[in-house]
Design a protein around this ligand. Sequence first.
Ligand code: ADP
Ligand code: ZN
Length: 218
Amino acid sequence: MGKDLIILGAPGAGKGTLAAGLCPALQIKHISTGDLLREVIASGSALGQELNGYVSSGALVPDELIGRMIKDRLGAEDCKAGVLLDGFPRTIPQAEMLEEILAGLQRPLGAVFYLSVDLERVIRRLVSRVSCQQCGRPYHLVNLPPKASGVCDDCGGQLIQREDDKEETIRKRYATFMEKTRPLIAFYQAKKLLVEVAASDNPQDALNFVLQQPGVQQ
Ligand code: ADP
Ligand code: ZN
């Protein structure tokens, strides 16, 4: 299995949480397009303001922009040992861009882990979600609380709630997923790369399941 992996799933499916467990275990780099976008937005630049228009409304950022961002990122030195893509690709054109980028780097895609989840569970999770302002690690105030209230276990950063984790925006993001991203399931199934991971309220379950897949630990 190649060392480049994808986590696919609706908002709130647990992509970031799985990535936080999986990347240190496999010693691959976590690439979250959501985190990359939020960094640019926080910088307050003109590009950041433009991006914020899409993100805060629950829409997708144009494929072109995301494609360029990912291409730059994957070519970097710290991605040589393999990456876990979290939040990319999110559309069929993005999946096609990724194929081209990886072919250019002569890296085969290892697997696509699909985290299935329904809308009610998504809302239940996201309204109680906070994440680290510094490293992006997600927590859930009930299911996965930090050791000390308001502080990241990993880096001591401050835990904050994301602006797009409001019920109305969550519904919009979920609808965007169903329309634009769900077709990727069939796309990767056809390539025999898709592995479905069942939703659970215990984040350790998804991690254990993925680590048991043939080829993942090599
Ligand atoms: P979630 O999966 O919980 O919605 P992310 O942090 O992955 O959270 O993404 C947050 C937002 O960033 C998305 O709603 C979208 O606006 C934007 N975004 C992230 N990744 C992409 C992508 N690959 N293509 C387009 N927009 C993206
Ligand atoms: Zn942190």
